[in-house]
Design a protein around this ligand. Sequence first.
Ligand code: UDX
Length: 433
Amino acid sequence: MRITVVGAGYVGLTTGACFAHLGNEVLVVEKIPQKVELLKSGRSPIYEPGLEELLRENIKEGRLRFTSDLREGLEFSEVIFICVGTPQAPDGSADLSQVEEVARETAKLMTSYKLLVEKSTVPVNTHKLVKRTVYRYLKDKSIPYDVASNPEFLREGSAIEDFLKPDRIVVGVESERAKSIFQELYKSFDCPVIYTDPATSELIKHASNSFLAMKISFINMVADLCEKTGADVKLVADGMGYDKRIGRAFLNAGIGYGGSCFPKDVKAFIRMAQDYGLDFGLLKDVEKINQERPVRFLDKIKYVLWSLKDKKVAVWGLSFKPNTDDIREAPSIRIVELLLKEGAYLSLYDPKAMENFKLVFPEGRQVNYAKDMYSAVENASVLLILTEWEEFQKANLQRVKELMELPVIVDGRNIFEKDAMKSMGFEYYAVGR
Ligand code: UDX
């Protein structure tokens, strides 16, 4: 099939590269010309394992192309995946101006049937606004079109795997014509494909993300309770997880959720419910718990070190999760802010995210970026672990101990076993255990 993808962000690039990999012909439309040039040369503007290889392979095979011309995109195919950003507006709602722009410009330029597919996370009933916008700007009102919702559930760091082997595919359509296009598109997938109406589909995506965020805040509160009572949150989560109705996934306690989705989606969900006259208090608490996590983590560091003033603090991990260079809404940002206020000297290290982090915290008197994880800990009074990169889990801890001023670790991601750390001579503090 021929497919047009609008927007070359995480979702757009993964969607484009994976559809091409499955044998389709894909044209990605991206507004920023520099990004198009970079992509044409087979380089990815974002770090995502396996993505660059997939881009190169499919560009070489002639199945994947890039342009900044939407008209070309519309002439190329009848299926238009809208993968533009839906960032947070100042009032917490989703800013849908980029979606509106794609709908408007598509309507002005289209000369034959188009199926517009929302892939970005959008509030329920956005499809109605897309439909209305297309109708308003369509010059020839006799041109048929459909608007569908086909949300993406991919996670950064495992986006390609998530796309190619999803748990389920959700499609919200209103016409048989649109449905048959999706049936053709997804015929090689052997997971459940749920066909429903667009509003339900939009809500499935938004509710799923809010629910997962709720699991994380829930376990983080349980972690606090574990710390007070001497229970072990990891074992509590394991014990709960065996219950099929609960499941073990997303019950890892830590310093809170970050990233481009959960914080924004929870806020937007609360806001959307409010717009419909509903007070989703449960999610307000999910958000509040999450916002308090970095402060709780700092309290722990202060308890351990007593005073942070002029102490050298080593930090491993800045990205909001492993296998990505993304620091959007990363808990590390808030934690670093708090540490700087306390007068600490920071030695930061992350395998991929340091360049992005430097844009928020440039190198300076209190902020230093280390070339590797070992130089980060040299003479440090404490090592903080903020992201569970595999590299850290495989670290030579004997060497770490020798390099540090004091063998103290405060682990925000529970990557080590307490007893093993103790027997190595570390003072080791984890979350909820
Ligand atoms: C999420 C959704 O999982 C995905 O389906 C959706 O399409 C986009 O948003 P992503 O933001 O890439 O994906 O990362 P995810 O793996 O879900 O983690 C989000 C945050 O939650 C990270 O900061 C992570 O560290 C945190 N987290 C996750 C926990 O603190 N504990 C957990 O048990 C799981």
